[in-house]
Design a protein around this ligand. Structure first.
Ligand code: 1PR
Length: 547
């Protein structure tokens, strides 16, 4: 049957793309066998995960040849992320050849000059434009210089003369300018994720679906990229979720991880329904939404994981990245069946999550890694999930608390000088990692944890601080600086935001890549838009709220 098809090979979150296409009023079929590719009259290839994994899957399933034939036939093709990279001759990420439709090799970003993966919202500068006498058709697929789009990748195609004719937009990340979208004839592909780029991304997708992108290539004019670093600082809304006494899932918020109702509390910790709140934050301009299932230490059969439904429903209306944390570990069903963490994560990705966040299990994995003489054995959840879904899909959530010492010599742990003195005037502390939502401290410090997690393959750190959580007293700047200095993956600062000034203080004094907050957003004390307007006034770059 002809129509719009999606080429899926069973990796990662394609639900969001399906939801975005449906939201725009289109129906999409899945390619189930090679011959479906040639039936399509429009085809989207949202490559997910690693380049080698994608090419291996295409080759194994017999999709590569029909895909090349489809592209050569002149019918509209759209690639997303690895779906764009696969059009090139190859990638430094793998020995497998790409489809070879576009000349050039996908290269790894230089990690010594910036955090890798490149994760977040960045601009796309349009280099190709319509000839002035053109009939007004949009060649740029509605990509706008003033908008930002969501990127998450460690490899990219550098902008060179070799690829020039294909380049629709370029983007600058740190010291590198790379190709962020290509267009030629029927071929359109983006390195960014339109389905995760809010309303700006939906416009790009619509333009492809409505077929307003194809024009005569001879009628376009090209410009050169202008150096411009526009990666924005992300503002993330975090929803701690638990079941209330009636068994309903509610968003809650504790103080220093204590989520018990206060005396005569009247359900004051019930802050709303997760799906509704997530949609509100998306519409108000949150750059990402994170759900943490804070009662995850209770075992739950895989089929009954309550957050799966929350994610499925949220991804129907929220088109920014979604992270899910809590309970990402091996799960045992009542009949004794064990599901490895990798399988649990897979369920979440298929339900609409873009990233999983691992808390307790990361601490246990690092303890094992250190006991093993700092050797990886490939068995941890971090390693197995990163291998299949890519490092960018694995966040490690750290729940540390201060342990004060009078003098650094009192402990073997990595010590930080803290502006908040201890109860006996101590000036130093080490940050102890905890498990089970802060209920149990372990003999491991944050620096040990984050450096080992980076080696194991984590793509990002969500850095909480139990002493600051729910206090509205500002972020723990010393801790954040210490972690930023220790790892090259992005770091999300969390815990303590109380007013707009705290966000500026964070970005002025640390190199944090993102700021997460919970209580102030839930209690409507500080709207997300206000945070962003204030930051913009302070010359901190952040994504414009788009509608
Ligand atoms: O250990 O892999 O099952 O994951 C459990 C997850 O649940 C971890 O990410 C852990 O941080 C989280 N969690 C567990 N218990 C609690 C609790 O509060 N009792 N919440 C909890 C953590 C902390 C932040 C919070 C910020 C910002 N919540 O994410 O949202 O501190 O708050 P603020 O802006 O109001 O200060 P596993």
């Amino acid at each position: 049957m002809p129509g719009l098809y999606m080429l899926d090979y069973g990796a990662g979150n394609v639900r969001s793309l399906v939801n975005a296409v449906n939201r725009l009023g289109f129906e999409m079929k899945f390619v189930e066998e090679p011959s479906d590719i040639l039936k399509a009259d429009k085809l989207i290839f949202p490559g997910v995960g690693a380049f080698g994994h994608a090419m291996e899957a295409l080759n194994k399933k017999g999709y590569s040849e029909p895909l090349k034939e489809y592209i050569a036939s002149g019918r509209p093709f759209m690639g997303i992320c690895v779906g764009m990279q696969s059009l090139f001759e190859g990638s430094e990420e793998s020995n497998l050849a790409g489809l070879g439709v576009i000349p050039g090799i996908v290269k790894e970003f230089n990690k010594s000059t910036k955090a890798v993966p490149h994760m977040g919202w960045n601009a796309a500068q349009v280099l190709k434009s319509n000839d002035s006498e053109n009939d007004g058709q949009s060649i740029n697929y509605s990509i706008k210089n003033e908008s930002e789009y969501y990127f998450v990748h460690s490899f990219a195609v550098p902008y060179t003369n070799k690829v020039k004719d294909w380049v629709l937009t370029t983007t600058q990340y740190g010291d590198e300018v790379f190709v962020s979208s290509v267009q030629r004839g029927n071929i359109f592909a983006t390195q960014f994720h339109p389905e995760k780029s809010g309303f700006a991304g939906l416009r790009v997708l619509r333009s492809f679906l409505e077929g307003t992108g194809i024009v005569d290539d001879s009628k376009v004019t090209m410009t050169e990229p202008v150096p411009q670093n526009r990666l924005t600082k992300r503002i993330i809304a975090c929803l701690d979720v638990r079941s209330n006494d009636n068994g309903d899932l509610v968003v809650t918020k504790g103080d220093q991880y204590d989520v018990r109702e206060k005396e005569g509390g009247n359900d004051v910790r019930n802050l709303g329904k997760p799906v509704d709140l997530a949609r509100r934050y998306f519409e108000e301009g949150a750059d990402e939404v994170t759900f943490l299932n804070i009662t995850s230490f209770r075992n739950c059969p895989l089929g009954d994981l309550p957050m799966l439904e929350v994610l499925k429903r949220t991804s129907e209306t929220v088109f920014v990245p979604l992270t899910i944390g809590g309970g990402i570990r091996d799960v045992t069903d009542p009949d004794g069946t064990v599901h490895p963490a990798f399988e649990v994560a897979g369920e979440y990705f298929r339900s609409g999550a873009d990233k999983v966040s691992i808390g307790s299990d990361a601490v246990y994995a690092v303890e094992k890694y250190l006991a093993n003489g700092s050797k990886k054995d490939g068995t941890s959840a971090i390693e197995s999930i990163a291998k299949a879904y890519g490092a960018q899909a694995v966040v490690v959530s750290v729940d540390p608390r201060r342990v004060y010492v009078k003098d650094p010599s009192e402990t073997t742990h990595h010590v930080v000088k803290n502006s908040k003195k201890g109860p006996n005037g101590e000036e130093y502390c080490w940050y102890q990692c905890t498990v089970k939502g802060g209920r149990e401290g372990r003999d491991i410090d944050v620096r040990q944890l984050v450096t080992a997690c980076e080696v194991l393959g984590a793509g990002e750190i969500l850095l909480n601080c139990m002493d600051r959580d729910g206090t509205n007293s500002g972020y723990e700047l010393e801790l954040i600086n210490d972690v930023k200095a220790a790892v090259s993956i992005p770091v999300i600062a969390s815990s303590g935001a109380g007013c707009v000034e705290h966000f500026d203080e964070l970005f002025e004094n640390t190199k944090a890549d993102a700021a997460l907050a919970a209580g102030i957003f839930h209690r409507r004390e500080v709207p997300i838009q206000e945070v962003k307007s204030y930051l913009r006034k302070c010359k901190v770059s952040c994504r414009a709220v788009d509608t």
